[in-house]
Design a protein around this ligand. Structure first.
Ligand SMILES: C/C(=C\Cc1cc(O)c2ccccc2c1O)CCC[C@H](C)CCC[C@H](C)CCCC(C)C
Ligand SMILES: C[S@@+](CC[C@H](N)C(=O)[O-])C[C@H]1O[C@@H](n2cnc3c(N)ncnc32)[C@H](O)[C@@H]1O
Length: 237
């Protein structure tokens, strides 16, 4: 399956993440030199999640941020991770089974465009490397807002096209000359070749902020991180 610059259908995205589930965590660790853990922790910190709260990780995948949220809210809190990839959720369940003294963690198979949760259910939320993969960014942001309590925050971490031309060239080079050949060794060329065009399609910070405000968030601030290679959109309901 090849992913050209047209946005793939939801089913193609779901099947892509099912296929890469066995190598996903190891590739992220190896290809980001472990830095993805820092970026994810920043998103959890900036979500405002606190002890005892009920929190949500949207597009949770293999569960990294849901597990960080569970550590943050502690045994008196509750965390839900939602994703439409069964294979990714299976990895998340395996990882949470190996950890102790976490908040009660619920892994839910569901669609970010029609979240299976009540209005105002959550006191904080995260979404890491999910928004860019949605087939409808506005619907995803509206659903994220709907399930947050008034005044609650969400932190949305994703790739970002750097402003600097040479950093853009570096990002493009790294994704196509380091990431894709690594994936090729495991027969996952097309799956990882999808990243670069998806980043090119993804709105820049100011446009992400405007999408969030149009979706009804009372405030939205976009922070470039990692030299502008990544960004975190901090939203307030
Ligand atoms: C955790 C990261 C990416 C998650 C991710 C998101 C997607 O949309 C995918 C789509 C298809 C296949 C895989 C993914 C996917 O893994 C970020 C870290 C992993 C990246 C693959 C590495 C990219 C690093 C930066 C572009 C450059 C960092 C340079 C620095 C010297 C480490
Ligand atoms: C790149 S992974 C990110 C996983 C995790 N948040 C992390 O940071 O490692 C993107 C995830 O979004 C999920 N996803 C994409 N579109 C979705 C949708 N419409 N509903 C639910 N999950 C979706 C995929 O199944 C995949 O697990």
């Amino acid at each position: 399956m090849t992913f050209d610059n047209a946005a793939p259908a939801a089913q193609d995205i779901q099947q892509l993440f099912d296929r890469i589930a066995p190598v996903y965590d190891d590739f992220n660790q190896q290809l980001s030199w472990g830095l993805h853990r820092i970026w994810k922790q920043m998103a959890v910190d900036w979500s405002g999640a606190a002890v005892g709260q009920t929190c949500l990780d949207v597009c949770c995948g293999s569960g990294d941020l849901a597990l960080l949220l569970a550590r943050r809210v502690g045994p008196t809190g509750t965390v839900y991770g939602v994703d439409f990839s069964p294979a990714q959720l299976a990895i998340a369940r395996q990882k949470s089974a190996r950890q102790f003294r976490l908040a009660p963690l619920h892994w839910v198979e569901g669609d970010a465009l029609a979240l299976p949760f009540a209005d105002g259910q959550f006191e904080a939320a995260t979404m890491a490397y999910g928004l860019r993969n949605l087939t409808n960014l506005t619907q995803g942001l509206k659903e994220l807002r709907r399930v947050l309590k008034p005044g609650a925050k969400a932190a949305v971490l994703d790739f970002l096209q750097p402003q600097s031309a040479w950093l853009r060239q570096f990002q493009h080079w790294y994704l196509n000359t380091v990431v894709v050949p690594t994936a090729q060794n495991f027969g996952m060329t097309d799956e990882y070749a999808y990243i670069a065009p998806s980043v090119e399609r993804f709105p820049l910070g100011p446009a992400q902020r405007q999408l969030a405000l149009d979706a009804g968030f009372s405030s939205a601030v976009h922070y470039p991180i990692a030299g502008g290679l990544m960004g975190i959109l901090v939203l307030t309901r």
